[in-house]
Design a protein around this ligand. Structure first.
Ligand SMILES: [Zn+2]
Length: 599
């Protein structure tokens, strides 16, 4: 029996990790993959060979849809029960097909690159594949920018034990690290993740500081291997880029996000110019905490205990009501997802931490995984994940090739939901203190996206420029990081209160699958603000416009999307200025309320 707080997976495949229908589905998928691998793609595309090409492309999409469906289900199984070892095996088994799918796409990409523009255009006119023109063109362009197929295959294979292996070294080392930490007279062994949580969120400043020092010391110990991993994987990446003729480390991440360099530069320069306004927030927050200036470990600390607690049902109602104030379709979706048991939110120890939303292309549903603890924070997580769910929902009838969007646009709908929900909470706040607590959360987010992530981007850019010449020492890496942090934070903190070892501590720098795992976050944050701002301006007309925007996220580049739906030019500062101003207007409200409370 499921409770409203548990999801129902049986409507997708019945029987969990022992599901017979899942096993059958995977077998069918295996047969399909083998069949598609055997299709010989005619080297020359012409009138006669075109049907084989169309068939090969459609069959590849078919593989993708099935793989997506199976893998989404396996991820749900693994997350819901940490003791379900069979689920781990199912997931590992499905993962093997990911590599084979990637090989199929690579083959298509290289073969497309060989064809001339005329025959390629004729192929794209075929109505069976025409809707996925954007995806196919991107694969072709990528094929043209890479080395020959045999060289790329060799690189891919070497990367498994080289490039990507450095990330595994890092992950394993960090995962195994345990630190002795004394608390209330007891010595506990803690992971770096636990220490991080403590230094960020502990309510007492003493505890935060103590945890932060232990955290920094731990990274000091890990730094030699971190430096080795970072230097070597960066070296691998630069060599690979050089052989491909890619002259900038930003080529790959920009292409992944369908974004131009000009847009990225414009976004960052507006952020750099305007984010000093956050210093007013930081000073007011410091005053509330009874200190002169904030340190790194105070940046996202809370400023008081929120009084309000929610049951899961109340949280759902609160979110649906909030959505109703801006968009009826969105509100209806949230209600439906909750009522249809698409959300797993129970607070129990046998499930994984964290939250995600995953979609099932063949059954046109999605599932949300999270732990709901009654706090406003977890209410926001629910709203966030429901945003992802809505994005999947409006795309449910599109071909799979049209449903793959960049990381920069992936968070549009989710952060949009957070903004709507936070504003609803502010409207309902019963006291100045409650408003301050909510505004503190909002502006702490702004610090993360506009300052912390800016520092990560600046560090990574500077690091790669220097790494092209030589390996960097631990001290050199720390110096680069410190200078990036001081710049991004406008020197707001005392000299010794930054985190120079952040280059070691941040997992994202080690992610070889997604290089520059930073700017898409800030982009998404600001783009959602722009979307929210449109919602407030447009009123009832927004709903339709929003669906059209989300539907297009996988079939055009980002600049075109923004021009089509918002009529704005992302390469120019005005959109970014408006978005940043919109966020920073909360600073004055926060400062005034903080003054009032301190009186
Ligand atoms: Zn998200």
């Amino acid at each position: 029996m499921t409770k409203p707080i548990n999801w129902n997976l049986d409507t997708i495949f019945e029987g969990g990790s022992q599901s017979e229908s899942l096993a059958m589905f995977i077998n069918e998928m295996a047969e399909l993959v083998a069949k598609v691998e055997k299709i010989e793609l005619p080297p020359e595309l012409n009138e006669k060979t075109q049907p084989v090409w169309v068939h090969a492309i459609q069959a590849t999409y078919d593989v993708l849809a099935r793989l997506w469906q199976a893998s989404a289900f396996a991820h749900c199984l693994v997350a819901q029960d940490t003791n379900d070892t069979l689920a781990d095996q199912v997931l590992a088994h499905i993962d093997e097909y990911h590599a084979r799918y990637r090989a199929l796409i690579a083959r298509l990409s290289h073969a497309s690159a060989q064809q001339n523009d005329d025959v390629w255009q004729v192929l794209l006119e075929d109505e069976a594949i025409h809707p996925t023109t954007f995806f196919l063109n991107n694969q072709r362009t990528l094929g043209r920018k890479k080395m020959s197929a045999d060289k790329e295959t060799l690189v891919e294979e070497l990367a498994k034990d080289g490039y990507h292996a450095w990330q595994r070294v890092y992950n394993n080392m960090v995962g195994a690290k345990k630190i002795e930490f004394e608390e209330n007279g007891q010595v506990k062994l803690m992971s770096v993740g636990q220490l991080q949580d403590k230094y960020m969120h502990a309510s007492s400043r003493e505890s935060r500081k103590k945890a932060f020092n232990a955290y920094s010391n731990a990274w000091q110990e890990l730094a030699p291997i971190c430096a080795m991993s970072l230097n070597n994987q960066a070296g691998f990446r630069l060599t690979m880029y050089r052989h491909r003729g890619w002259d900038s480390v930003l080529s790959e991440p920009l292409r992944n996000n369908h974004l131009t360099r000009q847009t990225l530069d414009t976004m960052w320069s507006v952020v750099a110019e305007k984010s000093h306004k956050l210093l007013d927030f930081m000073s007011a927050k410091a005053k509330l905490l009874g200190i002169d200036r904030l340190a790194w470990f105070d940046l996202i600390a809370g400023i008081g205990q929120a009084e309000r607690e929610f049951t899961f049902a109340e949280a759902g109602d609160f979110i649906v009501d909030g959505m109703r104030s801006v968009d009826n379709n969105l509100a209806d979706y949230c209600r439906m997802a909750l009522d249809k048991e698409w959300v797993e939110a129970e607070n129990r120890s046998t499930k994984r931490q964290g939250g995600f939303c995953t979609s099932f292309p063949l059954t046109k549903e999605s599932r949300i995984f999270m732990t709901f603890d009654g706090s406003f924070d977890s209410l926001l997580t629910l709203a966030h994940e429901l945003g992802h769910g809505y994005h999947h929902w409006v795309m449910r009838d599109l071909p799979v090739g049209d449903r793959i969007y960049g990381m920069n646009l992936a968070e549009t709908a989710s952060i949009f939901n957070e903004l709507v929900t936070t504003d609803a909470a502010l409207r309902n706040a019963k006291s100045d203190m409650e408003s301050l607590i909510i505004l503190n959360e909002k502006l702490s987010n702004a610090i993360t996206y506009l300052m912390n992530i800016k520092a990560r981007f600046d560090f990574e850019t500077a690091f790669f420029a220097k790494r092209a010449e030589k390996q960097l020492s631990i001290d050199e890496l720390s110096e680069l990081m410190l200078s990036a942090q001081k710049g991004a934070f406008h020197h707001a903190m005392p000299e010794n209160d930054y985190l120079p070892l952040f280059w070691a501590a941040k997992l994202h720098f080690y992610n070889t699958q997604t290089p520059f795992y930073n700017f898409p976050y800030t982009f998404g944050f600001l783009f959602s603000q722009g979307t929210y701002w449109q919602a407030l301006k447009m009123g009832a007309d927004f709903s339709k416009q929003y669906i059209a925007l989300l539907e297009d996220t996988g079939r055009m580049d980002t600049e075109t999307l923004a021009r089509k739906h918002f009529g704005v030019d992302l390469t120019q500062p005005s959109f970014w200025e408006e978005a940043v101003d919109h966020i920073l207007k909360d600073v004055d409200t926060f400062v005034a309320l903080a003054d009032k409370i301190s009186e």
